[in-house]
Design a protein around this ligand. Structure first.
Ligand code: Y43
Ligand code: MG
Length: 212
């Protein structure tokens, strides 16, 4: 069976990705299955850059195909912030709660509450070749947190079609419409092609017998 390594340490993402890919004939490992590996610096200017960096690095270091997710919240009234810096919005060691608090502070008194979650999924192999999938979903930033489910900025992200925040719905409901859900729905649709691509492009360790 094909092995794919999920190149993330985020438990919320991992749960959502595993659930959406559970019916496919792949074994999904994660970084913890391999012991300590160096951290990648997420210093790209776009979700795309960072997603590629994380997937290509894991593939190269571990020798398996790797799938990464780089995602974040893009807020209109903040000129697109926190964007690619969503995970470190309130500082390098910020927790989800710290980031949500900072977002509420920055959004105080702002009339335009529109925002979008964006996600780029990269699937890379040790040679550096990669496939990319994207998803986006639009909503509004609440004035105070609502709900206990999900992770990250979910309690502050109001999704108009639900009339609820992402933290007030189930993982399945969120994934139907979310940025990550949409990117992974595309992955799912193309899964046969992705497996063929891996089959053709993954470098092989072969042994040859030299006859003289
Ligand atoms: O569905 C979501 N619901 C709520 N918040 C979300 C979501 N999707 C991304 N986010 C936030 C969390 C984090 O603040 C940032 C992702 O940052 P990002 O660098 O991609 O992930 P991370 O550092 O947590 O894990 P890793 O890089 O190991 O995959 O955007
Ligand atoms: Mg990160």
């Amino acid at each position: 069976m094909n092995i794919i390594v999920l190149a993330t340490r985020n438990k919320g993402k991992t749960r959502e990705i595993r659930e959406l890919l559970k019916s496919f004939p792949i074994e999904i490992k994660n970084l913890d299955d391999f012991g300590p590996i160096p951290e990648v610096e997420e210093d790209g200017e776009t979700f795309d850059d960072n997603a590629y960096k994380k997937a290509a690095f894991a593939a190269r270091v571990l020798g398996y195909p790797a799938m990464s997710d780089d995602s974040g919240l893009v807020v209109t009234a903040l000129g697109g912030k926190p964007g690619v810096r969503s995970a470190r919005y309130a500082g390098e060691t910020a927790t989800d709660a710290d980031n949500c608090e900072k977002l509420l502070r920055e959004m105080k008194g702002k009339e335009d509450r529109s925002a979008a979650f964006e996600c780029v999924i990269s699937i890379a192999i040790p040679t550096g070749a990669a496939l990319t999938y994207e998803g986006r979903c639009e909503g509004e930033i609440l004035e105070s947190p609502q709900g206990e489910n999900g992770f990250g900025y979910d309690p502050l992200f109001f999704f108009p079609e639900f009339g609820k925040s992402f933290a007030e719905v189930s993982m399945a409901e969120k994934s139907r419409v979310s940025h990550r859900g949409k990117a992974l729905q595309e992955v799912a649709q193309e899964f046969d092609k992705i497996l063929d691509w891996l089959d053709i492009n993954m470098p092989r360790m072969e042994t040859f017998t030299c006859k003289s």
